[in-house]
Design a protein around this ligand. Sequence first.
Ligand SMILES: *Cc1c(COP(=O)(O)O)cnc(C)c1O
Length: 389
Amino acid sequence: MKSYTLMTPGPVPLPPEVLEIMARPMEHHRTPEFVQLFNRVLANLKKVFLTEEPVFIHTSTGSGGMESALVNCLSPGDEVISIVSGKFGERWADMAEVYGAKVTRIEVPWGQVVRREQVEDALRKQPNAVAVLCQACETSTGVLHPIRELAQLTKNHRAVLMVDAITAMGALPLPMDEWGLDVLIAGSQKAFMLPTGLSFISFSKKAWKLTETSKCPKFYFDIRAEREANENGESLFSSAVTHVRALDLVLEIFLGQGMHRVYERIQALSKATIVAAREMGLEIFSSTPSPSLTAIKIPDGIDGQKVRAEMEKSFAVIVMGGQDQLKGKIIRIGHMGAIRDEDLIATLRALAGSINKMKLGAIDDAKVEAACTKASGILRETPAVVLKT
Ligand SMILES: *Cc1c(COP(=O)(O)O)cnc(C)c1O
């Protein structure tokens, strides 16, 4: 297999220690050793979510976590307000409709942030709404939404706030209890630096109330059954032992260093990317960029899909392009996972080199050098987070 520099906003590059632990021999999930590890992991997840409520692990992708939030809280016919500012917002609204919810969509132009008044207005018009759905970071556009403000609105309303924080948890602070977030969802292949395959979810007291009356069909995702099993120290079904052992290690890295260090590193990668892009004369696509990824506009007249392909072919750097209306218009660079300083520098050079290949002289060499120097300087001040030994 050819080796690439993986710079996508999920999946992300994994720390060597994680790769090593995943290669260990299989163990049964009901052994006393694994049960002990499983319980430590659940306790440590609470320290990342900053909640007194239990956090659960599903063996599913992030979308499974989003589905779990809906099926555990909703009943067919429920009114739901869904903030749609990109692909993931669309997905969640569609999913709620599949389960029979009456969904009102707050459409936000891609790249823009939802305005407080839009949500306030929707809640006023729909006193019976049961839930507001929002991405913390809308990964398709790189926008960070004002989650804390939205929680202040739902606090005084019947509706719960469900937050898809799949590219936000572990990348920036989202204190669940302090901010009053009702359902909070994370995924393994983003800031948690693991392979795809696990989602994490927690429910506030207000959300637990809904689980008592929810009539959506559910079996694997039945969170009340899972809670009962967890209270007896076990998972309801087989645990993804390999992934959970690796998660235990990641949580040790996170908590050993302190989450603030993890957030600072991601913030530094974001800042370095934005500063470097501007230095090269490129524009940032989102109005309020999330630290977890940066969406960069491809200059007019250049096909971003070709730029992305060129970065892969000639530089062995993998980034993401835009989807749907953004196809060919942006490229997205992830800042989560075990990213070394040189990985970002290689990505910046690959981006400039590929744009120049499409349009000779679009970015001059001196600007590329200046951009890389500035980016290196920013990263050097905030080194990557590693396991404390
Ligand atoms: C990655 C991601 C998901 C989950 O996608 P899966 O492919 O199901 O893991 C959901 N929401 C957002 C915002 C994401 O970035």
